[in-house]
Every structure is written in structure tokens, then in C-alpha cells.
Design a protein around this ligand. Structure first.
Ligand code: DSN
Length: 416
């Protein structure tokens, strides 16, 4: 019966696509800043029979029977999250970082309340109030920006904006801002206007867990994140807060925003959080940042312009306007993809092109660092990227770079 048939027999096209995707990951340089490769243990947990179980509610208070084992898994994930981040309360049920933000908004805001957040084109995120997202449709959104000259958030300007618009909630956090936020300053700004502070650490969850990036936990009312980026705990989201807001957050996530939790993903989180408690992970996170800093320097030495002059974390944003005025982010993404270097086009501060075209690319080091790349390899990668961008129509260069990418991938296998 179909129930017993292996994947390649019952769904050969799916099986083949999975195999090809694995090959693609092994044979290309994954430099999308929000992506990473989870361990075999996280894969095993996520592919487990926990996918079969409904468990609406929370450990010890579910709406269905038979939850004793998934209760254990969720309790372990919650305790590890609290331990890793020093939080009073953790909710590990959000299906994604966006769902985590939804949980916080639903917990403390009413439709029409005002959010002040970093603009998407300056590095923010859709779920921080973009008009095409529920957050921009339900709430009244005002935005702050980075200084186009320096590429850093201008906190005096943010304070002025906060006094002017009197938000109910200020969001710190980003998907393409290469610098640390001054969480303490944002706390002061939020306090001055009597607003909540939500720190969205989606991109830097692993860096904060490893203590190589400042933690907002003592400076924010709510901390949200995703679990599949720098922390490598499999796809999902996470909310942390003080006890004071625990019940409101929990009921905003379930039954407010979601139904049954994805217990197999929560198992992945429990496993990934255990891995993040190890010295090996701390060394990994430190190397992620060292690699990104080296990559920024190597780009700079070869004429590219990293926004803000560099990075404090795992990603950098390259503004192509000065070095390659005729090359859009879209074309750069495509040229690099053709030789096996996978990045994404990205708007840059002061952008004049559309978000589908852009003048920049965002590059990150979490996935390359997972496969063992160090600073020496970052020099090579920078050289390959610049060779391609400098010679967009030269097939000889393209072929040479593609074969160098192959060699690098063979030297640093992911799953073997
Ligand atoms: N799509 C993610 C990113 O690339 O930053 C955020 O959701």
C-alpha cells in the first residue's frame, strides 16, 4: 500500500526535487544572509512522527489527549530558549518570525495603534508594518530610516520621530542592516513616549545565543526571532518576554493567531537550542562575524562599497552604485547565480531603483561558516564575486569562477 512505499516510488518528482535541492546546496556557495544548514540531528527531529500530533494549547493544558511526549519536547525547547537568552518566558510555537511578531502585536496592540519601525528599504522587514503585510494593514505605521551618508541608524532622529508620532510600540530589528542596534537607547526612546519596545532578533538569534552580539533581552518588552537563520535550529519562530506579558503573548499565539503547533519543528528547535549551548557553537558564531568582517574588508579592497563601511554581524549590504553604476542588484544576483554564488538583490539606503531591481546585493556568512569556511576562503570568495561583477559579459571569466566555486564546494561538503 502507498503508506509503505518509499518517497522515490510514491512521489518520484518530489523525491527528485529534494535530491536536486540537496545537490544544489552542496554545489553552490549559499550566501543568502538568512539561510543556513541545520545539523543531521535537527533534520531527524523535524522529519519525525511528531508531525502527526495535534497539540493545541500548552504543555499540561492541551485540548487533545496523547500529548505527554510532545509536552516533554515543548518544555525542553522552552527551558533551553530561556536558558540561552536569559529570558523569563519563552513561547516556541510561532511558525515563523512573522508569526512571532504577529503574536506580540496581537498581545498588546489594538487595530489602528501606532508602530514605529525601520523602513523596509533601509533594512527593515515586511512584518514591521509594510503596506502589503498584515502589520501595515492593521496598524498605523510610521518609519525611521538610516542616515544615507553613514548607513547607521540616527538615534537623535529616531527620538525626534518618536516624540512627533507618539507610537504605541517601537520596533528595533532588521533584515538588511549590517550594524548592531543600540537597544538601550531605543529603550530610553520608547520609555520617553510610553511605548513598548519590540526587538526582532530574527537574523541575529544565534549570535546573541552565543554571546557575540549585544542582547536586547534587558532592554525590550518583547524579543522575537526566527530559529532557522544564525541559530540553525530549523524553520520556525520564537517570542520571549517578562512574566508580566507571558499570558497575553501565549493566548495571542494560540488561539489568537495560530492553531495546532508544529510539534516536529518545535522538536527541531529543542535540538538546535541544545547545539547552540555548546562551545563549538560559540566558536561557530564568532567565526560567522569574523568571516563577514573579512568579506567586507576584502570587498572594500577590491572597490566595492559595503553600506556603513562594514559590518558588526553576519551580513553585509553592498551598494553597487559607485563601483558598478550600470549593474543593478537584479543583474548582479543573476550573474553570480550563474557561477554558483547565491545572493539576493537588495535595496540600499537612498535607493532609486524598484525593489524588484535594486542597486545592491545582500551577502551573509552563516551558511558558508557552517560548512567550514574561514577568513582565507572569504578572500577567495570576494575575489570571485568581484571578478564576475567586473566582467559581466565575459564567459571565460564566468567559466573559470564556476570551476573555482566547484572546487571550494568539494573541499567543504555540508552533509557528505
Ligand atoms: N526572508 C528573510 C530574510 O531574508 O531576511 C526574512 O524573513
Amino acid at each position: 500500500m502507498a503508506f509503505d512505499q518509499p518517497l522515490d516510488q510514491i512521489a518520484p518528482s518530489v523525491s527528485e526535487a529534494v535530491r536536486r535541492e540537496r545537490d544544489r546546496q552542496e554545489s553552490t556557495l549559499g550566501m543568502i544572509a538568512s539561510e543556513n544548514h541545520v545539523s543531521k540531528a535537527v533534520l531527524e527531529a523535524q522529519g519525525s512522527v511528531l508531525t502527526n500530533k495535534y497539540a493545541e494549547g500548552y504543555p499540561g493544558g492541551r485540548y487533545y489527549g496523547g500529548c505527554q511526549h510532545v509536552d516533554t519536547v515543548e518544555e525542553v525547547a522552552v527551558e533551553r530558549a530561556k536558558d540561552l537568552f536569559g529570558a523569563d518566558h519563552a513561547n516556541v510555537q510561532p511558525h515563523s518570525g512573522t508569526q512571532a511578531n504577529m503574536g506580540v502585536y496581537f498581545a498588546v496592540l489594538e487595530p489602528g495603534d501606532r508602530i514605529l519601525s525601520l523602513s523596509l528599504s533601509h533594512g527593515g522587514h515586511l512584518s514591521h508594518g509594510h503596506s502589503v503585510n498584515f502589520s501595515g494593514q492593521l496598524y498605523d505605521v510610521e518609519q525611521y530610516e538610516v542616515d544615507p551618508e553613514t548607513g547607521y541608524v540616527d538615534y537623535d532622529d529616531l527620538a525626534r520621530r518618536a516624540r512627533e508620532v507618539e507610537p504605541d510600540l517601537v520596533v528595533s530589528g532588521s533584515s538588511a542592516y549590517p550594524r548592531e542596534f543600540d537597544y538601550e537607547r531605543i529603550r530610553e526612546i520608547a520609555d520617553e513616549v510610553d511605548a513598548y519596545h519590540l526587538a526582532d532578533i530574527a537574523h541575529v538569534t544565534g549570535l546573541i545565543a552565543a554571546d557575540v552580539h549585544t542582547s536586547p533581552v534587558d532592554h525590550a518588552d518583547f524579543v522575537t526571532g526566527s530559529t532557522h537563520k544564525t541559530i540553525r535550529a530549523g524553520r520556525g519562530g520564537l517570542i520571549m518576554c517578562d512574566e508580566e506579558h507571558a499570558d497575553d503573548v501565549d493566548s495571542a499565539v494560540f488561539p489568537g493567531a495560530q492553531g495546532g503547533p508544529l510539534m516536529h519543528n518545535i522538536a527541531g528547535k529543542a535540538v538546535g537550542f541544545a547545539e547552540a549551548q555548546t562551545d563549538e557553537f560559540a566558536a561557530y558564531a564568532e567565526q560567522v562575524i569574523a568571516n563577514a568582517k573579512r568579506l567586507a574588508e576584502a570587498f572594500d579592497e577590491r572597490g566595492l562599497s559595503p553600506v556603513s563601511g562594514g559590518t558588526d554581524k553576519h551580513l553585509l549590504l553592498v551598494d553597487l552604485r559607485e563601483s558598478h553604476p550600470d549593474l543593478t542588484g537584479k543583474r548582479a544576483e543573476s550573474l553570480l547565480s550563474d557561477v554558483g554564488i547565491v545572493v539576493n538583490k537588495n535595496t540600499v539606503p537612498g535607493e532609486t531603483r524598484s525593489p524588484m531591481v535594486t542597486s545592491g546585493i545582500r551577502v551573509g556568512t552563516p551558511a558558508l561558516t557552517t560548512r567550514g569556511f574561514g577568513e582565507a576562503e572569504m578572500d577567495t570568495v570576494a575575489e570571485l564575486v568581484v571578478d564576475v561583477l567586473d566582467n559581466p559579459d565575459d564567459d571565460v571569466v564566468g567559466d573559470r569562477v564556476a570551476s573555482q566555486v566547484d572546487e571550494l564546494c568539494e573541499r567543504f561538503p555540508i552533509y557528505g
